[in-house]
Design a protein around this ligand. Structure first.
Ligand SMILES: Nc1nc2c(ncn2[C@@H]2O[C@H](COP(=O)(O)OP(=O)(O)OP(=O)(O)O)[C@@H](O)[C@H]2O)c(=O)[nH]1
Ligand SMILES: [Mg+2]
Ligand SMILES: [Zn+2]
Length: 320
């Protein structure tokens, strides 16, 4: 029987506490810590610069700084910390992560179970961006679903449905919804189960608006998109974890300006296209790049329509 995350966490917590104790013993400057309470475990809610907001197991919040020898933690991290007052503390150990979500070499969040890519009618969804997110999710081994928000602005639902049919056919859930008109929210709510979820996507698509709709008491800051460019204004600046009252957690993240896969090799990019997988390894040449080579299984699947042109073109544009 495999261990649940909670059990694993307990085991790792004990180990981390030991590590932390040894580290503390070898520290010269422990005046501060001598006056401190004993160690506690906590969950990182958000990080701003070098500071962390950590929630103790009993739900109290502490502003923490991290020890220099510890890797910087992010929302979703489990840490060991020492309170130095009833609202400040020092993080002494980072519990090893189940997984981490990275974007251009920066860790955004840790210990996430389910990704949600939020796109919208305005700013209009872009397939290359969608495919980049899917590649990241596939490589992180994390499930991802797509939310299409602001559907009340859509002038042709048939086009919308056609645009996303390829994603549905390869096994991603696609939910059309409107925060404004409260369309399809119960369906989303029922899918936000007792796990850690994260909303990702461009600025202005309505990630924070959606979280406000699900948890009105939060009253997160949202901002109109630019009338001229139809782009978001980068309103959310910190990746932050919120507890869903019915269970589970939901992380809001800031929309990004640039999203490149520079740190990914061609093989990882190929593996990021899940419908290509059955054909990988069946080409005539072992080092087939699936571009112009003869007897290429991927190109054959493309010709027979099993792989979509749009997805294949995006694959070509992403490989180096
Ligand atoms: N028409 C329409 N507007 C919406 C809908 N949902 C959200 N918005 C608006 O979209 C704008 C941007 O929403 P935000 O929630 O700030 O977007 P965000 O994705 O959190 O953006 P960043 O924090 O910058 O990444 C706000 O003006 C919202 O009121 C919707 O369903 N329909
Ligand atoms: Mg936001
Ligand atoms: Zn090939």
């Amino acid at each position: 029987m495999s261990l649940t995350r909670r059990q694993k966490w307990r085991i790792e917590k004990i180990q981390s506490e030991r590590i932390a104790r040894t580290q503390r013993a070898s520290k010269t400057n422990h005046d501060l810590l001598q006056s401190a309470d004993s160690e506690r475990s906590g969950l990182v809610i958000t990080r701003y610069g070098q500071r962390l907001l950590v929630e103790s197991e009993s739900g109290e919040l502490f502003q923490c700084t991290g020890r220099q020898n510890i890797e910087l933690s992010v929302a979703g991290d489990q840490v060991i910390f020492q309170p130095i007052s009833n609202q400040d503390g020092i993080v002494t150990a980072l519990v090893s992560r189940d997984n981490e979500l990275k974007r251009s070499q920066k860790t955004i969040a840790a210990n996430v179970d389910q990704l949600w890519l939020v796109v919208a009618i305005e700013p209009h969804y872009q397939f290359d961006l969608i495919d980049r997110y899917l590649v990241v999710a596939e490589n992180a081994g994390l499930p991802i679903n797509i939310i299409v928000n602001k559907v009340e602005l859509c002038s042709d639902m048939a086009v919308l449905s056609r645009d996303f049919s390829v994603y549905k056919s390869i096994g991603y859930d696609v939910i059309n919804l409107s925060v404004k008109e409260k369309t399809n929210l119960p369906k989303l709510r029922s899918m936000l189960d007792d796990k850690t979820h994260i909303f990702l996507g461009q600025s202005g698509v309505g990630k924070s608006s959606l979280i406000n709709e699900l948890m009105p008491e939060l009253n997160l800051r949202v901002n109109e998109i630019s009338i001229k460019s139809k782009m978001g204004k980068h309103t959310t600046t910190n990746t932050t974890l919120y507890h869903i009252p019915s269970g589970g957690d939901l992380i809001d993240s800031p929309g990004i300006r640039e999203f490149q896969l520079d740190d990914m090799g061609d093989e990882e990019i190929l593996n990021g296209f899940r419908e290509f997988k059955p054909y990988i390894g069946s080409c005539k040449f072992r080092n087939c790049a699936h571009i112009n080579e003869p007897d290429c299984a991927i190109k054959e699947a493309l010709l027979s329509g099993e792989i979509s042109q749009k997805r294949y073109q995006n694959y070509l544009s992403l490989i180096n």
